[in-house]
Design a protein around this ligand. Structure first.
Ligand SMILES: *Cc1c(COP(=O)(O)O)cnc(C)c1O
Length: 419
């Protein structure tokens, strides 16, 4: 939870001043109580459903351990995420290995780990079957279905349009289940879709679930016994202060459709959901220090974090609320564009924001940076990644060290003749 005391932003009971003095900037700071609140909101809303946290949104191990300790499973999209999820103690029966382009090595790793797969292509199905036979195991699978639904979100995060690279067209899916049902090594037991991210209108979820049940009925006729129907993640959060649906509102619309659908099935699948952003998004602020304030044709505030640490504004034109963390009790006076240190014109964190008078040394807080923030960071421009901190009440813990310059070159090798 975030509050203001004596003009300073606080994360729970810790002042930003203390955090910046202890760890420097830039700095990602996560509030544990906010994370727990989000987790509880989902658990209260979806009591009988299984929640699989989407690891790609934020893979900080301390955050993952809090989420796994709350009984969540995990949605992973790579061998690396699978590795991290297993380290964070997510139970393998509730890890779903997603991905549209899994390598043979990743498939082998998933089979050996005993996790379930969301299969995204026929090629993957056959490789999985062969691998499972070689490894003498049987893999539980779902197919990632493209239900062709417009999630009404940014085109780069809409994942179920007809033209999307994800999933298998829903029209042909029943034949593919039939193929899988007859293949050794794989056991089709689920149906999966994920229609997009930052979705603030609930109706596309309802439409997708209805389509999943149409498929479920046909798939059952083949003889498949369904263990789960996975509707994916994608619930949006309130970046702009315009409101966003809560997990409870999603449940209110989704659960009746699910119950109704179940009544027409022979098997008794669980509902699975894969929230990422709506679990971690608003738990975290990115703190960044002002290096320079410059009057050009616009007023620029140049800070020490850029799209190397928070890509969303540059990548999706995303809006993040921005405040001066040491001047929280002052009114907005001037309009500033907040820019990072990266050598790219697109390195803008916030455009034309009304803020109190900003000076060199001020601390800028960028809110709602917990999802697809650090997780999408890079070392572009020779910038080291910053530290991450977890706040619990009046305590704070370093959960990821800042990188050093040595980390920029640690994997490089120089051929002898160039030495
Ligand atoms: C990214 C992703 C999610 C999580 O999406 P959010 O918008 O962060 O909730 C869930 N499932 C799959 C398959 C994904 O790719």
């Amino acid at each position: 939870m975030f509050s203001v005391r004596n003009g300073w932003l606080f994360v729970e009971d810790v002042s930003i001043k203390e955090l910046v003095e202890s760890y420097g900037t830039p700095l990602y700071v996560t509030s544990r109580s906010t994370l727990e609140r989000n987790i509880k909101a989902y658990k209260d809303a979806f009591k009988d459903a299984k929640l699989l946290y989407a690891v790609k949104a934020n893979n900080n191990l301390s955050i993952l351990r809090i989420i796994s300790a709350n009984g969540f499973g995990a949605d992973v999209f790579s061998g690396g995420e699978l590795y991290i999820a297993l380290l964070a103690d997510f139970p393998k029966e509730y890890i779903l290995f997603n991905g549209n382009s899994k390598s043979d090595e990743e498939i082998r790793m998933g089979v050996r780990s005993g996790v379930a797969f969301s299969v995204d292509s026929i090629d993957e199905l056959y490789t999985l079957s062969e691998t499972a036979i070689l490894e003498d195991s049987e893999v539980r699978i779902a197919f990632r279905v493209n239900p062709e639904i417009d999630a009404k979100t940014h085109p780069k995060i809409a994942t179920a349009l007809r033209t999307s690279k994800f999933g298998i067209p829903w029209e042909g899916i029943v034949d593919i289940y039939r193929t899988a049902y007859e293949l050794p090594g794989v056991e089709p037991c689920g149906i999966h879709c994920h229609i997009g991210s930052q979705i603030t209108d609930i109706s596309p979820f309802v439409e997708a679930l209805e389509k999943m049940f149409q498929i479920a009925k046909q798939v059952e006729e083949i003889g498949v016994e369904l263990e789960f129907i996975d509707i994916g993640g994608g619930l949006g959060i309130d970046y702009e202060g315009k409101g966003a649906p809560t997990p409870a509102q999603l449940a209110e619309k989704l659960l009746p459709v699910f119950e109704n659908g179940l009544s027409e099935l022979k098997s008794d699948p669980e509902l699975w959901l894969e929230p990422g952003r709506s679990i971690v998004g608003d738990t975290t602020v990115l703190l960044t220090k002002v290096n320079a304030v410059k009057k050009s044709y616009k007023n620029f505030v140049a800070v020490d974090a850029g799209f190397n640490l928070l890509l969303r504004p540059a990548m999706y034109n995303a809006y993040h609320r921005i405040a001066v963390a040491n001047k929280m009790d002052r009114e907005g006076e001037e309009v500033y564009t907040i820019v990072g240190p990266i050598c790219e014109s697109g390195d803008i964190l916030g455009e034309d924001r009304k803020l109190p008078k900003v000076e060199k040394g001020d601390i800028i807080a960028i809110f709602d940076a917990g999802a697809y923030g650090f997780a999408m960071s890079s070392q572009y421009n020779g910038r080291t990644r910053c530290a991450e901190v977890l706040v619990e009440g009046s305590h704070h813990y370093l959960t990821r060290e800042a990188e050093s310059y040595g980390d920029l070159i640690v994997k490089q090798r120089i051929p002898e003749h160039l030495l």
